[in-house]
Design a protein. Structure first.
Length: 168
């Protein structure tokens, strides 16, 4: 066992294979995804402390002024020395067009989808999928540093994926 992991904004997604081995607790605001904990990442409640927080493609659904609130919630729910692993769309060089930039399991993704949220899901009424903020490597790193994480590193992955690792 690798320790305890809080999967924030889990949706219906499973942990990636390379994250297996943790004792996973799933948290999402949308009860329809059947998480262990129904809560907003802005107020996760008294849920204990975790070794790791994994959050993939969720904080871009927050307004810019809410990002610091969520990051502080992550920090509050991490054990000392614990870390947050956060993935967001990498908006460097992305333009708001209908040009397909990548194919995902959900279907083709355009620049418009990356900036504003996946249009197909939004049209189907899933308004949780709207993007309200966005990041490039420097702004994602600054967001975690500003909230007092001791070590923050970011890495860009193709296609259009950005990761931050932030240690409490």
């Amino acid at each position: 066992m690798r320790g305890s992991l809080l999967h924030v904004g889990c949706g219906s997604e499973q942990l990636p294979v390379w994250m297996q081995g943790f004792k996973e607790t799933r948290l999402d605001i949308n009860k329809d995804t059947a998480p262990d904990i129904v809560a907003s990442m802005l107020d996760m409640g008294e849920i204990g402390e975790y070794d790791c927080i994994f959050c993939s493609h969720a904080i871009e659904h927050l307004y810019p002024f809410e990002v610091s609130v969520a990051i502080n919630e992550f920090k509050r729910c991490l054990k000392v020395g614990g870390y947050a692993m956060v993935f967001v769309p990498d908006l460097e060089g992305v333009h708001a067009t209908d040009e397909v930039l990548l194919d995902s399991p959900s279907g083709p993704i355009t620049g418009f989808d990356m900036i504003y949220g996946y249009q197909k899901a939004l049209a189907e009424g899933n308004l949780y999928m709207a993007h309200k903020t966005g990041f490039v490597s420097g702004t994602l790193k600054q967001a975690f540093e500003k909230e007092g994480f001791s070590v923050v590193q970011t890495k860009r992955f193709k296609p259009y994926n950005l990761m931050a690792i932030a240690i409490k």
